[in-house]
Design a protein around this ligand. Sequence first.
Ligand SMILES: O=c1ccn([C@@H]2O[C@H](COP(=O)(O)O)[C@@H](O)[C@H]2O)c(=O)[nH]1
Length: 224
Amino acid sequence: MSNPIYLALDVPQLDAAKALASKVKGHIGGVKLGLEFFCAHGTHGVHEIAQLGLPLFLDLKLHDIPNTVAGAMQSLHVLEPAIMTVHASGGRAMMEDAKAAAGENTKVVAVTMLTSLDERDLERTGVSGSPHDHVMRLAELAQASGLDGIVCSGQEVGSVHKQWKDGFFVVPGLRPGGKATADQKRVVTPRKARDDGASVLVIGRPISRADDPLTAARDIEATL
Ligand SMILES: O=c1ccn([C@@H]2O[C@H](COP(=O)(O)O)[C@@H](O)[C@H]2O)c(=O)[nH]1
């Protein structure tokens, strides 16, 4: 079974990002490049990280009208990401067009409800009900739109997995026991997420901000 850990390289300096990924390379299955990295280093930075030879998850969480998102997907195609994200709240047409524009080897997954939000935050955006129900609704929409899977927290992945048997589930908001949650609100341990059906475990600060990132990555891998 391949290593499901994708290290979130939310690191401002390109050299530091490369050094961190190289250091823990033997204990992760891929790297995740998000907005912080892409806004600072663009496609050049992605090519640099690609040289490490690990699968790339380009987490740009695209959210715009269908034509614009499809155009962005086409432009990013050349980077050959293994995984890309769009927001499920962009709607069915946007997700359909995003999938159609992506390369055939790229999994397109929809962000449902950010792991930094809880039920009160959701209510303030005008959506009543539980995070669980909101995630389930958006998962159904993503599946109907032909996407490969979704991004959700480890608190929902078990239910989504029961409903969408062959879905591809990306789970961030992971904290090994006792680690600071910081801005994350819907958290579980990597092991729990894995047991409940996560395909990819996105882990950033518990590794990148650890005193010894190599030991942290190794310890997390050992719990799986
Ligand atoms: O709902 C979401 C979607 C994406 N993320 C991203 O995952 C990592 C998590 O980093 P940690 O340091 O392990 O908290 C980060 O890059 C987010 O942009 C998420 O956390 N939640």
